[in-house]
Design a protein around this ligand. Sequence first.
Ligand code: HEC
Length: 113
Amino acid sequence: MKFKFLLTIMSSVLFFVFCSSSKKSSVNKTAITYTNNIQPLFLAKCAPCHFPEKGGKKTPFNTYEAVADEIDEIVTRVQLQPGQRHFMPKDGDRLSEKEIQMIKDWQTGGLVK
Ligand code: HEC
């Protein structure tokens, strides 16, 4: 009896988690592309340092290929806290949770151009 009760609870929790997570991914992932979302964000937050045409001398993030190549390191660094070693954007404000989530969704969504 008790076991059945537990089973019911567990399956409703699983059902809920599954529904909310699949809903979230269908809203975000399909929509995020380099051209529409990532490029404008990087231009706003990672220039001039990572844009050679703006005088930046750091690893360039001015093309799709350059950003896609470095995506793991990028995702790691933007999730650090200001003041921590390797935090990016250097000397800037931390990206918003929404912006960080967008980069992660772009990564897990297959780096759509
Ligand atoms: C004010 C200048 C500045 C800005 C703005 C800036 N960076 Fe950087 N970035 C640097 C410097 C300097 C380094 C090299 C030192 C280091 O590795 O911490 C670096 C290094 C990096 C690296 C490591 C590159 C490699 O070759 O391993 C990544 C990844 C990175 N930045 C991501 C970003 C992202 C993403 C943004 C925008 C959200 C950003 N940075 C904004 C100055 C900047």
